[in-house]
Design a protein around this ligand. Structure first.
Ligand code: AMP
Ligand code: GLY
Length: 441
């Protein structure tokens, strides 16, 4: 069969690579893909310049899926999902892995997600929702004032809409919170996405990402969780510096205990599933639970309606099931809760970023592996380079994005995966290259 992957990041490289490993898959088209998918076996980049967030772009993608006779398409990033690409494909009877437009609101609107969590009893931080209309801004200030009069804990202010990771502010003092609320709600510094905000209690703890496959339709279905992963969002070692799209991931998470996993299932996964069934959505795709874990108790910080980046680059190499079969099971409703087989061992995937990232960064630097052009394959057995902000030109890789690539290394345990990953990363070079040295520590 032929399949289509939509997106251009490291996550999409990992998805395309894993699909291409299936003996049932003849060709993987990646729209638009990146330098890594251009070199990947059985993979071919397509439709450069087509915007999957617009109706026209979605029509072009659907035309392509039809013409290329793809068995199904898989959507990587959130923005096309939020703008309804799944619903557009369904209207043309094309199979596509992702939530419909209504279910995509679980990520596209924090207020919608919090209301869903409250309605179905998903454990999460206490919160209030405020809109810039009417007295919403003054109400938000009052809410924050009351908060700080009762506790010394910070508050977390979240823009309602999608802003590519720039919509969450942790405020330690009233004045900080006020400044943030004013800039989001009054000044519109992040556009309409910030006119409505969710203000929630700060939760201390350790973050865990649980990715899962979802097959829910006509009020029935299941969620099948993957092994847990951990992203490292801060730019610098020791979790210092600004937030980024993700500086590296490990899987599984060593201290995510059996008890915490049971807690996650009963207080987060099951109520979420109940809600998806009750809301009658067509959600045949992936979901990402962003958890805060405190003393074995899990709280849901957010849903993403897709796989995580870079968690996918750490989790998929450990999957011991045929990924094309997984997608087919999601789509035809045969997915079971224990669908997946996992390899023993661990994966560590540090991300190499361009100089300046996450501020404005360098582009166009030559990337070499052991002094030569990468061949797209494994760097060594069990060590894979997943390209992200990298384009291919005349057989060479050049940087084109802030998060440039991840080196994803397998090991018998986290520590050996770490040392394999960092040894392999030494063979990768580009001017301005930097990475965190403590992924998985
Ligand atoms: P979100 O997009 O909601 O996951 O928020 C982005 C990041 O902000 C999370 O990965 C956490 O690091 C942090 N965060 C969000 N909500 C909270 C919270 N209630 N308490 C502490 N940290 C949070
Ligand atoms: N790793 C977090 C995300 O994909 O949003």
């Amino acid at each position: 069969m032929n399949v289509l992957v939509i997106g251009s990041g490291g996550r999409e490289h990992a998805i395309a690579w894993k699909l291409a490993l299936s003996p049932k898959v003849d060709a993987v088209f990646v729209a638009p893909g990146n330098g890594g998918t251009a070199l990947e076996k059985k993979c071919e980049n397509a439709l450069a310049g087509v915007d999957p967030e617009t109706e026209t772009g979605q029509m072009i993608l659907a035309d392509f899926a039809e013409r290329a006779g793809v068995a199904f398409s898989v959507v990587g990033p959130e923005a096309p999902l939020a703008s309804g690409i799944v619903t557009a494909f369904h209207s043309r009877s094309l199979a596509i892995v992702g939530p419909d437009k209504k279910a995509a609101r679980l990520e596209a609107s924090k207020a919608f997600a919090k209301a869903f969590m409250a309605k179905y009893g998903v454990r999460t931080a206490a919160s209030g929702e405020f809109s810039a209309i009417g007295a919403g801004f003054e109400d938000a200030l009052r809410y924050v004032k009351t908060h700080f009069s009762q506790t010394k804990q910070p508050v977390v202010i979240k823009a309602d809409g999608l802003v590519a990771g720039k919509g969450v502010i942790i405020a330690n003092y009233f004045t900080e919170a006020e400044m943030c609320l004013r800039s989001f709600m009054k000044d519109g510094v992040i556009g309409d996405a910030g006119r409505t905000v969710v203000i929630e209690d700060f939760l201390p703890g350790k973050e865990v990402s649980v990715l899962a496959a979802v097959s829910v339709r006509n009020g029935a279905g299941v969620i099948a969780p993957f092994i847990a992963a951990r992203d490292h969002k801060r730019r610098f070692d020791g979790d210092m510096g600004p937030n980024t799209g993700g500086m590296g991931a490990i899987a599984p998470v060593p201290n995510f205990t059996e008890a915490a996993q049971v807690d996650f299932r009963s207080l987060i996964l099951e109520p979420t599933l109940k809600g998806l069934r009750a809301e009658n959505v067509d959600y045949r795709g992936f979901i990402f639970f962003g958890l805060m874990v405190q003393d074995g108790r899990c709280y849901l910080l957010e849903y993403n309606v897709r796989l995580g980046d870079p968690e996918t680059q750490a989790v998929l190499p450990l999957l011991d099931s045929d990924f094309a079969d997984v997608c087919a099971a999601i789509l035809d409703g045969s997915l079971t809760e224990n669908q997946f087989a996992w390899k023993q061992g661990a994966v560590c995937a540090p991300v190499a970023v361009a100089g300046g990232y996450p501020g404005s960064y360098r582009k166009g630097d030559l990337v070499t592996v052991n002094g030569a052009a990468p061949d797209g394959g494994e760097l060594s057995p069990g060590v894979k380079l997943f390209a992200a902000g990298v384009r291919l030109q005349d057989g060479n890789f050049f940087t084109s994005g802030g998060r440039t690539l991840a080196v994803s290394a397998y090991g018998a345990d986290t520590e050996s995966a770490r040392s394999n990953a960092y040894r392999a990363l030494e063979s990768v070079r580009f001017d301005g290259m930097d990475f965190r040295k403590d992924i998985g520590r």
